[in-house]
Design a protein around this ligand. Structure first.
Ligand code: BF8
Ligand code: SF4
Length: 629
């Protein structure tokens, strides 16, 4: 089996009696078939109810399989959306404090983007200071969570402000026609919970429309808002070179892993690690090595070129190396198991967010007002842990992969502008028109224990590249692709001739041997960058989004967030492959709507494919059907 699981680390975990995610997965077998099919309901206390076709067709209240399956889906998407809108709010409130001078810990690095957003929002910028403009942008953005009157006045055009920044007219029309334009992100999420309680909506199609609506909340009031605000504060990424894999840990250094999703904390830890090197040297370390895990890792890689230690399923293995002095976590995708593993070694696990605590871990609350103080404290804790670690059994895998990351839309445009200064997208569009580049596929999302260490993401990416498909992506896929050396210019040799030629041409124009065939576009919230890229390509080519040869795949999704992201892509008109298959088989209506009828509604559909080969075949089929560019 082609796998990214390092056998030496697994044996070390066994020796050290550290239980890993795969061990717990096996203990869970066999998993409940009703849960697997999402045909059980616990939405009231007459339940749990479950559907057995031909025997128990309805729950106690009369809800059938269609209703139960669609309601469950809506709840998952609502939870995923809440993660992204909360994330966006967190960075937005940080920008508010920056603009009001309540914290001096953060800059406003990308003034150009700030003014771009302000103009898109229709705000006056003339004669105003950067901070004043920032504050007016924040106030507009906060409307996404505040506006109440719109709930009844939706048709009067009161909808999310971020549509003005990132959505195109053709899509707005399609969404408006379906009546799925959201008004207030928080209200829509709470509405979805309300809608799915016992005795409310009994119409599965209506429930599915709410799913589509939440995809827009996720994409615009969640991901796009988060990305734009983070770029304003920390800068928009540009091409950067770095390294990936557990091999980025260094034996004689104080190793700090930053893990989670928010760059607010990790940027500060990085900054202070650079200032506090002496502190580490005093206790015999060569320095402080900050590396990134999961999406925080992606954020730091994109803007700072920080090495990427690993994806979600490597968070425990990183600790098993015995080389990690501190793992600092903020929010999302943090296994509750981490403290158990940390205690097998001398790792200090530090939690920082009040609603993400782990018993046994050190909790150092993080606030933007005292970000510097928190970051310094964290570094001191890591240095203390290093003193205890010295001489302990350490096993760091040797493999380190080189990669290029930092493919923001702005970076892509800058790279392409070397071929055509006036219309940067034109060279790419021309290649797509001629079929030299068959299309662009976004491969995104998590790793899932159900795939038992297979390399679905890597395999799928390889097959697509070979077939002249340019692959762009985010999230844990980015770690996987980097570790498989697919983000390296040398990987062009794996590409089909047409794609290879294009990547070499753009690479050479930019002083590189070639561009890699897989482009790292950032963290999961940076799926908004992919959305923006597709939207701008649609505008530059005068082709509607559903007619472009583009597709999306979440080949190993695990988090509820991934479902929300998938729906965002569907809303954009991008056909999306998911694996494991969505749990909708129990509902004929959900299956028909999502895999077929959706095409008529938003121009996209859901596809399944449980091997890299079948998935690639279907995705390539989609690209080939869209040749009227
Ligand atoms: O937000 S890809 S496992 S780390 S959910 Fe989590 Fe999935 Fe990784 Fe990033 Ni995204
Ligand atoms: Fe059962 Fe209906 Fe209650 Fe769900 S809402 S648990 S189907 S009675």
């Amino acid at each position: 089996m082609n796998s990214w699981v390092d056998p030496k680390i697994v044996s070390k975990a066994r020796r050290d009696k550290a239980k890993l995610v795969f061990d717990r997965f096996e203990e869970q077998q066999p998993q409940c078939v009703f849960g697997l099919g999402d045909v059980c309901c616990k939405n009231c206390f007459q339940g749990p109810c479950r559907i057995i076709p031909g025997k128990q067709e309805e729950g106690v209240c009369g809800a059938n399989a269609d209703l139960i399956v669609t309601r469950n889906l809506l709840r998952h998407v609502a939870a995923g959306t809440a993660c992204h809108t909360d994330h966006a709010k967190e960075v937005l409130l940080a920008l508010l404090k920056i603009s009001e001078g309540k914290t001096k810990s953060y800059p406003i690095k990308d003034k150009e983007k700030l003014f771009f957003v302000a103009r898109k929002l229709g705000l006056k910028t003339f004669g105003k200071s950067v901070k004043q403009v920032a504050k007016s942008v924040v106030l507009e953005a906060l409307e996404e969570f505040r506006r109440q009157e719109g709930l009844l006045k939706q048709r009067e055009g009161l909808t999310l402000n971020w549509f003005k920044v990132r959505a195109n007219k053709e899509r707005m029309k399609a969404w408006s026609k379906l009546d799925i334009l959201p008004v207030n992100a928080d209200a829509e999420i709470s509405h979805a919970l309300h809608q799915t309680t016992m005795g409310n909506d009994a119409d599965p199609v209506n429930v599915l429309l709410s799913v589509l609506k939440l995809g827009l909340v996720d994409g615009f009031a969640g991901m796009s808002l988060a990305t734009d605000v983070q770029d304003i504060i920390f800068g928009t990424p540009y091409l950067t070179k770095s390294t990936a894999n557990l091999g980025v840990l260094k034996k004689d250094w104080v190793n700090i892993i930053v893990h989670g999703h928010l760059p607010l904390l990790s940027e500060k830890v990085l900054e202070w690690s650079r200032k506090m090197g002496l502190h580490a040297k005093k206790v015999g370390a060569k320095g402080i090595n900050v590396v990134g895990m999961c999406c925080t890792g992606n954020e730091l890689l994109m803007r700072q070129g920080v090495p990427m230690a690993g994806h979600v399923m490597q968070q425990e293995m990183a600790l098993v190396t015995g080389a990690v002095d501190a793992t600092v976590v903020d929010l999302q995708c943090i296994y509750p198991s981490l403290q158990d593993i940390a205690s097998c070694y001398n790792t200090r696990l530090i939690t920082t967010i009040d609603f993400v605590k782990i018993p046994g871990a050190l909790h150092l609350p993080f606030e933007v007002e005292n970000a510097d103080r928190s970051a310094k404290k964290i570094i001191k804790e890591a240095v203390k842990a290093f003193q205890k670690r010295k001489g302990k059994n350490v096993l760091i895998p040797e493999k380190v992969s080189e990669l290029y990351g930092g493919f923001s839309v702005e970076a892509i445009k800058t790279l392409l502008s070397k071929l055509d200064k006036k219309n940067p997208f034109k060279p790419l569009i021309n290649e797509m028109k001629s079929g030299n580049v068959l299309g662009i596929v976004a491969v995104v999302g998590c790793r899932n224990a159900k795939l038992r260490g297979q390399a679905f993401q890597e395999e799928l990416t390889r097959i697509l590249i070979k077939n002249n498909v340019l692959v762009v992506g985010t999230g844990c896929w980015a770690h996987a692709a980097a570790q498989a050396d697919l983000m390296n210019p040398r990987a062009v040799k794996l590409a089909g001739d047409g794609l290879k030629h294009f990547l070499e041409k753009v690479g050479e124009a930019n002083g590189l041997e070639a561009l890699p065939p897989a482009w790292h576009m950032g963290s999961c919230v940076d799926c908004s960058r992919i959305g923006a890229l597709f939207t701008q390509l649609s505008e530059a080519s005068n082709t509607s989004l559903p007619d472009l040869p583009i597709a999306c795949s979440a080949p190993e999704y695990m988090a509820e967030k991934s479902l929300a992201i998938g729906v965002y892509f569907l809303d954009l008109g991008v056909t999306t492959h998911v694996n494991p298959a969505l749990s909708i088989k129990g509902s004929k209506i959900a299956t028909r709507v999502l895999t077929k009828d959706l095409e008529k509604l938003v121009g996209s559909r859901v596809i399944f494919g449980s091997t890299p080969e079948t998935a690639a075949k279907k995705i390539i089929g989609v690209l080939k059907s869209k040749r009227n560019l």
